[in-house]
Write a protein that binds this ligand. Structure first.
Ligand SMILES: Cc1cc2nc3c(=O)[nH]c(=O)nc-3n(C[C@H](O)[C@H](O)[C@H](O)COP(=O)(O)OP(=O)(O)OC[C@H]3O[C@@H](n4cnc5c(N)ncnc54)[C@H](O)[C@@H]3O)c2cc1C
Length: 426
């Protein structure tokens, strides 16, 4: 199955691993003194993309940041200084970014997972934040913060990714228009540099390193711990989907939400509905019946190959702070939008279930043996002025490929949020 994703989310620079020596450089495990390097496993040579498989010479499963530091200082001080080293988080890269041909893969999931929550009462500067180890998964962080009624502000659609892995990329989702990507919601990092130094950096301390490591694809240091901003978690979420047949209306409404309704809306995404099959597969996690929508979009017996655009937005219920009638807010917002009233539906779900929605698709795809397959995904930023042309090109390409299957996400991100750095106001 061809399973492709085009979207405006994040520009994952294809990272070509610098090949070091063509021959295996490790003669014996003793080459690295007290460090226990392991033989390469399948998991160190594979990623979610299943497009590239580069086998390393050895794998380090560190028990502490000091072991990573020791490895990198030994390498940088020795004749092995050109050996490729790659940190691997959850291995959900597409193009072999966490692989190291004939080099060393550092599997970050072996670092003891540590999550320390600081509430605004005990946290520095009255902020709530979490100190979390680099190999921890975002879903683990969310589970822990919710025990304190807190949550990170900015997400990816899928939560089984590591803290270090998404902070080395960007971390984009439907909250980015409001809070910026995940890398704009970090206030401090513990990093091991290429020469093995352990450095704590922030926007005001070793800031060059801080900003190089965030979004740096693991090329400027290895994140062993991150300090992530938290805010109060909502109890539940009103999740709305509206369908359009007109692309301009769809785009204008997305823009309306992220520009004029920024204070009311907490999440905005969207996707293309190519056919009835893609309507059903994209609705697995959305617990509403399609019985009124599907026949309107795809009337029985119709042979037309019409496609649609689904705008998705969510409003978080912070009723512990202020009384809020979610239905009223949705009505108020919807009145300004251009979709047909019969083509909208909404559900109320728990906050955790909303954030963890892609896991429902994962479970389904795993059951059908369609998870561990090749994923030639592409993510790109397209300027507003080029979005219609881009849509035309994309649809032409897809209609030329009868076997195409998979989600095509399309959603707006505000440029000023991409460059924003969270400033501590002290
Ligand atoms: C189903 C699915 C949905 C996704 N949805 C989104 C989405 O909504 N938004 C989004 O932005 N992305 C999304 N992604 C992409 C994802 O964020 C990136 O692929 C991310 O890198 C994956 O994290 P990982 O832990 O698997 O990283 P890995 O693939 O293990 O590593 C990624 C890169 O980070 C480096 N790295 C890993 N750990 C560290 C560390 N501790 N320190 C320094 N460098 C490190 C690696 O060397 C590599 O260059 C999705 C991916 C999948 C599979």
């Amino acid at each position: 199955m061809e399973f492709a994703l085009f979207c405006t989310r994040v520009n994952f620079l294809v990272f070509l691993l610098a090949l070091s020596s063509p021959c295996k450089f490790i003669q014996s495990p003793m080459d690295f003194g007290p460090l226990k390097l392991l033989q390469a496993t399948n998991s160190a040579s594979l990623d979610f993309g299943r497009l590239y498989s580069n086998t390393p010479s050895a794998v380090l499963r560190p028990q502490s940041p000091e072991e990573i530091s020791l490895l990198l200082s030994l390498l940088s001080a020795s004749s092995f200084s050109k050996v490729t080293v790659a940190a691997k988080g959850a291995g959900h890269s597409i193009n072999g970014q966490a692989q190291a041909l004939n080099g060393i893969v550092i599997e970050m999931d072996s670092l003891p997972s540590s999550i320390k929550i600081h509430t605004s009462v005990d946290g520095e500067f009255g902020l709530s934040f979490a100190d979390v180890s680099g190999g921890t998964l975002w879903v683990e962080l969310l589970t822990e913060t919710l025990k304190f009624g807190l949550t990170p502000r900015s997400w990816t659609d899928y939560l089984y990714l590591s803290i270090g892995g998404t902070l080395s990329n960007g971390g984009i989702s439907g909250q980015t228009f409001k809070y910026g990507p995940q890398i704009s919601n970090v206030i401090q990092l513990d990093v091991v540099t290429g020469s093995g130094e352990l450095v704590t950096c922030s926007p005001s301390k070793s800031s060059d390193l801080f900003f190089a490591v965030l979004g740096g694809l693991g090329q400027f240091g290895i994140i062993t711990s991150a300090r992530i901003l938290l805010q109060e978690a909502p109890h539940k979420v009103k999740w709305v989907r509206a369908f359009y047949d007109d692309f301009e209306d769809f785009i204008k409404d997305q823009e309306l939400l992220v520009v004029s309704m920024r204070d009311k809306v907490d999440y905005v995404e969207g996707f293309i509905v190519l056919n009835e099959g893609s309507l059903h597969s994209s609705s697995l996690a959305f617990p509403a019946s399609l019985s009124s929508i599907a026949p309107q979009l795809f009337p029985q017996g119709s042979t037309s190959h019409k496609h649609y655009y689904c705008l998705e937005f969510a409003i978080y219920d912070h009723s512990h702070k202020e009384a809020i009638n979610l239905d009223q807010v949705v009505d108020e917002i919807s009145r300004k939008m251009k979709f047909k009233p019969s083509l909208v539906h909404s559900v109320e779900v728990a906050y955790f279930d909303f954030l963890n929605r892609v896991n429902v698709e994962e479970v389904n795809l795993r059951r059908r043996n369609l998870w561990d397959v090749a994923h030639p995904w592409l993510n790109m930023f397209v300027p507003k002025t080029g979005i219609s042309k881009f849509r035309d090109l994309m649809l032409q390409t897809i209609s030329a490929s009868p076997t195409f299957e998979g989600p095509i996400l399309l959603y707006p991100i505000l440029k000023d949020k991409m460059n924003a750095v969270f400033e501590l106001t002290v």
